[in-house]
Design a protein around this ligand. Structure first.
Ligand SMILES: Nc1nc2c(ncn2[C@@H]2O[C@H](COP(=O)(O)OP(=O)(O)OP(=O)(O)O)[C@@H](O)[C@H]2O)c(=O)[nH]1
Ligand SMILES: [Mg+2]
Length: 219
């Protein structure tokens, strides 16, 4: 019983910081986009392509990277001239609003689109409001088409789904209709199919970039 009370207090305190920060981000015309998904779902690959697309459309972009350990993902962005900070949770399975605030202060970002790559996990990140205005879950085709049926909170509280690695659909026998049936039982979130393998004819990134730009315009 006491554990439940502690969890509620934790989430309550997190919500308070998240609401304060959401107001701050909006007032400063910053769209915070929370990218979630399982380990290896293709979050960083998607963010790299999306950042490039948004930069060519004249938008300021920065990234807050969340990982248990290492600076591997943040290094990818800094090497290509997109400012990124890494938050190491040192074993924690999610980010919270307070660590995002700290990461954001280190970025010194003025106006534009700030992506958060959450810790690879389909469970805990769904619980924690980060003060974001857009929540996108990456579901990769090799993970299987049954994920919305199993990871209900993640697929319930999401604004959009990036169905990643669609170039592998045939190879792994992914049933798109079954995936969509599971998702539609929980959410009307739009689904953006992406295929970011080298030589993919249609990567799908432009459509997702337009969706993010629309959300930015609506701030
Ligand atoms: N075939 C194919 N492979 C992809 C695609 N997107 C990503 N990958 C590969 O999937 C692997 C994991 O990609 P990442 O972008 O590092 O995944 P992640 O979700 O950021 O991983 P973590 O941060 O470790 O949780 C890499 O080997 C990518 O090259 C895709 O569209 N098609
Ligand atoms: Mg990553």
């Amino acid at each position: 019983m006491s554990e439940i009370v502690i969890m509620k207090e934790l989430l309550g305190e997190n919500k308070k910081i998240a609401e304060e920060m959401r107001t701050f981000y909006r007032e400063n015309r910053i769209l915070m986009v929370n990218i979630m998904g399982a380990p290896g779902a293709g979050k960083t690959t998607l963010l790299k392509a999306l950042s490039d697309e948004l930069k060519t459309k004249g938008k300021n972009v920065s990234v807050i990277e969340g990982d248990l350990y290492s600076t591997i993902d943040a290094d990818h962005f800094n090497e290509k001239g997109i400012k990124a900070v890494e938050i190491n949770t040192c074993g924690e399975c999610h980010l919270d609003a307070a660590v995002i605030k700290e990461g954001f202060d280190r970025l010194d970002f003025k106006e534009g689109i700030c992506f958060i790559e959450n810790v690879g996990n389909l469970i805990c990140p769904a619980e924690f409001d980060l003060g974001d205005d857009l929540r996108i879950v990456c579901a990769s085709v090799p993970e299987g088409d049954d994920k919305p049926y199993k990871y209900v909170p993640m697929f319930s509280y999401v604004d959009a789904v990036a169905l990643t690695k669609c170039d592998l659909k045939e190879a792994v026998g992914f049933d798109t209709d079954n995936f969509l049936k599971g998702l539609r039982a929980l959410s009307e979130a739009p689904v953006f199919e992406t295929a970011l393998k080298k030589n993919s004819e249609d990567t799908g990134i432009e459509r997702l970039a337009d969706y993010v730009l629309n959300a930015y315009s609506a701030l």
